[in-house]
Design a protein around this ligand. Structure first.
Ligand code: FAD
Ligand code: NA7
Length: 556
């Protein structure tokens, strides 16, 4: 470490007349899974003067904001957590297969408290701008509280799914009930005994349906695309199970880190068409009974996401289940997807069963579009006014680059990130982008498509290693080269094209946002191979990065 690294008190307001002096060594934007771990790494392990900012009133990111009924992770809880704190793996208890929002929030708050991070996280503070001064190699950060801070490094941990997509439906302002987006659910809102409408049947909307159907007086589900949904197998776990997992954690994390989707199960290497139809059905049934969306897509057979015939076999199995479960044939027809099974796989305890309840109505907005929101509810094209007390938008997010486009980020030559990403967001290894030195992204464009906490840990550890190297060598201006970024983008395009995912419109490619350019935003070869690539790059002296001395430290 160089002399410039101190572990002393925060230097906010320090003089910046000496160009090598900055208020912070590092500023982290966001305090979810990614921001919390980044702050811990940079402050507690590297000893940097670092502070995190979040516009939220608390830490937790996704799990602070998404408080809608039914909110939970749909990756099993034992791997939807950090692996870095071995003590917490042994001490933090869990009682159900999947972790509900409240528990995830409590867990992240406990991580912050345990590692003494709270006083270094400035909440209720949105970062509005980040401007790079080439002459000094320094970033200036501006907040919505009117403060400015200088820093050498900026780590953006803005969240790939943190900027809400709210459809522009006429009459929104006239509605006399409550309108909410699931990603900003207010604490004072309950839906018990109310007439509730929900627009959207993605991962969030289907979770909401499963919870709301049981408590609302009436639930109207406005569905655009029918959804492939498999059972989650959610339920209590025994103390013996928890003890077994704890005893086996070293192996579990090794397996997760070397796998494709990092969800804690063995992925299949058997192609679906290599076995008989009877065997395929047996395997699908076994995994249907076990539960979990990722397990069904990647555990049954190796090529559900890549081979059209394998995909159709899995899709048809799910369709047959919908026909079996849903009693009203017209409702079953509307609920049955006909396109490829190639969105992020989702699961729920009893999604389709809810449509047998007398208090649940399904409206297919492809067949019968929403015409307007009225003071009393939602009017559809057929003239029916669906009367509602609460209208819920489970309409997803402007994914990956959405939160970047809201900020005024200016790199070399004053170029904004919006200009830089005009043709769609890109990122070298998902962590950096050319023209924006010392700006490191966690889950930036073209990061690995996987269970995200292990992906986040991978990137945070790698970014911290890169910053450590830069500090040790005095090469504190670090920039991804354009050619390395282009090559990575091309790799990601080729890998995506090998899968069926780009053939279906979803947030994974930006297709859910009107006017957003459809681009590849993830690396589809899996976490194991992504980690191998990161190691290779680091071992080759951070190939694809320019590491230079700060201009202020370079002799004239
Ligand atoms: P986030 O948790 O989104 O945190 C980002 C933070 O940055 C937010 O608090 C935000 O307020 C803050 N921020 C953004 N911009 C600014 C700014 N300009 N200034 C200040 N603060 C800013 N992933 C899985 O792998 N498995 C799951 O089962 C799963 N379930 C999910 C369920 C839901 C309902 C949602 C919405 C997401 C789910 N995800 C899941 C994805 C989830 O977002 C990630 O797993 C993970 O929580 C991301 O952590 P993060 O820290 O990167 O981002
Ligand atoms: P998703 O997966 O983007 O789902 C959003 C849903 O909202 C989906 O059913 C959309 O239909 C629907 N939608 C979006 N806009 C509209 C309009 N204008 N009218 C009607 N319906 C609309 O978001 P989620 O929050 O469920 O999940 C995102 C990720 O977060 C998820 O993968 C987890 O990781 C957690 P569409 O399918 O586009 O036709």
């Amino acid at each position: 470490m160089t002399d410039s690294i101190t572990t002393g008190p925060l230097a906010t307001g320090a003089s910046t007349t000496d160009p090598s002096t900055t208020d912070f060594d590092a500023i982290v934007v966001g305090a979810g899974f990614a921001g919390i771990y980044t702050l811990h790494k940079l402050r507690n392990e590297l000893g940097l003067r670092a502070r995190a900012f979040d516009r939220a009133g608390g830490v937790g990111g996704t799990w602070y904001w998404n408080r809608y009924p039914g909110a939970m992770s749909d990756v099993e809880g034992f791997v939807y957590r950090y692996s870095f704190d071995k003590e917490m793996l042994q001490e933090w208890n869990w009682t159900t297969k999947y972790t509900p929002q409240r528990e995830l929030l409590a867990y992240l708050e406990a991580v912050v408290a345990k590692h003494g991070l709270g006083e270094h996280i400035q909440l209720n503070t949105g970062v509005e701008s980040a401007v790079f001064d080439e002459s000094r190699g320094v970033w200036t950060i501006g907040t919505d509280t009117g403060e400015t801070f200088t820093t050498r490094y900026v780590v953006t941990a803005l969240g790939p799914l943190s900027t809400a997509n709210i459809p522009d439906i006429e009459g929104r302002e006239r509605f006399q009930g409550r309108i909410v987006h699931t990603g900003a659910w207010p604490d004072d809102l309950t839906i018990d005994g109310k007439r509730v409408g929900v627009v959207g049947t993605g991962s969030t909307g289907t979770q909401f349906v499963c919870a709301a159907a049981k408590v609302a007086e009436h639930l109207t589900v406005f569905q655009r695309s029918a959804q492939y949904c498999v059972p989650s197998g959610h339920g209590p776990v025994t103390e013996e199970y928890v003890a077994e997992v704890r005893a086996d954690y070293d192996r579990i994390w090794d397996q997760v880190r070397g796998s494709r989707v990092a969800c804690g199960f063995e992925e299949s290497d058997v192609p679906a068409m290599s076995v008989s139809e009877e065997e395929r059905r047996r395997v699908f049934q076994e995994y249907w009974d076990k539960g979990n969306g990722f397990r069904f897509m990647f555990g049954t057979f190796s090529d559900i996401a890549t081979d059209p015939a394998a995909n159709e076999a899995a899709a048809e199995f799910i369709r047959s289940k919908i026909r079996e479960i849903v009693k009203d044939p017209e409702t079953a027809r509307k609920l049955t997807p006909t396109d490829l099974y190639a969105k992020r796989p989702i699961c729920n305890p009893d999604y389709y069963e809810n449509f047998n309840r007398p208090n649940v109505t399904l409206v297919s907005v492809k067949e019968n579009p929403i015409r307007e929101i009225t003071p009393r509810g939602v009017r559809t094209e057929d003239g029916v006014e669906h009367e509602l007390d609460v209208l819920v938008f489970a309409t997803g997010f402007d994914a990956v680059d959405g939160s970047y486009k809201r900020m005024d980020i200016r790199g070399r030559g004053g170029v904004t990130i919006r200009e830089h990403w005009e043709d769609g967001p890109t990122g070298y290894l998902g962590v950096a982008t050319n023209g924006f030195p010392n700006l490191f992204m966690v889950l930036g464009p073209n990061s690995a498509f996987s269970n995200l906490p292990p992906g986040i840990e991978t990137q945070v550890e790698w970014i911290a290693g890169l910053i450590r190297t830069a500090e040790e060598n005095g090469t504190t201006v670090v920039e991804a080269t354009a050619s390395a970024e282009d090559a990575w983008t091309e790799t990601c395009r080729e890998l995506a094209a090998y899968t069926l995912f780009p053939k279906v419109a979803s947030w994974i490619f930006g297709a859910n946002i009107p006017g957003k350019k459809n681009t590849v935003m993830f690396y589809f070869a899996g976490l194991g191979s992504y980690r191998a690539k990161l190691s290779e790059v680091a071992e080759a002296g951070y190939e694809g990065f320019d590491l230079q001395a700060s201009p202020s430290l370079t002799p004239a």
